[in-house]
Design a protein around this ligand. Structure first.
Ligand SMILES: [Zn+2]
Length: 123
């Protein structure tokens, strides 16, 4: 009798482990697919950026040094030289609290965040 109970419990544990493994495999495949999509998007953006830059060099007086200086300037605009530009908090038009770019409304008074000053603030 104890053998039967032990065997049943063991089978239940095996089934739960198999279900968990199948779920983890599905999640891993989804993450891999999403990673692939993002990598392809980055490749396309890199190609477009290079094409735009080559046109600017051909049709203007801009140089590679101008580009490097502008990248450094924008990188430091959020106070951290980390190769990224973070959206800055905006001041609430109603209560003057700073609103994180993560929120569409002021967490203190509920007022809508002011419209972005730059199209890149929404990226
Ligand atoms: Zn507010």
């Amino acid at each position: 009798m104890f053998e039967l109970i032990r065997e049943t419990q063991q089978q239940a544990r095996i089934h739960a482990a198999e279900t968990g493994a199948a779920s983890a495999e599905t999640m891993a495949r989804s993450a891999q697919s999403r990673y692939q999509e993002l990598a392809e998007s980055i490749d396309r953006l890199s190609l477009l950026t290079r094409a735009m830059w080559s046109l600017l060099v051909e049709h203007t007086e801009l140089t590679e040094q101008d580009l490097i200086a502008r990248v450094k300037h924008l990188d430091l605009s959020d106070g951290v030289a980390d190769g990224k530009v973070r959206a800055q908090p905006t001041e609430c038009g109603k209560c003057k609290a700073l609103i994180s770019p993560k929120f569409r409304r002021c967490i203190y008074c509920g007022a809508d965040r002011p419209p972005p000053e730059s199209a890149f603030d929404r990226v």
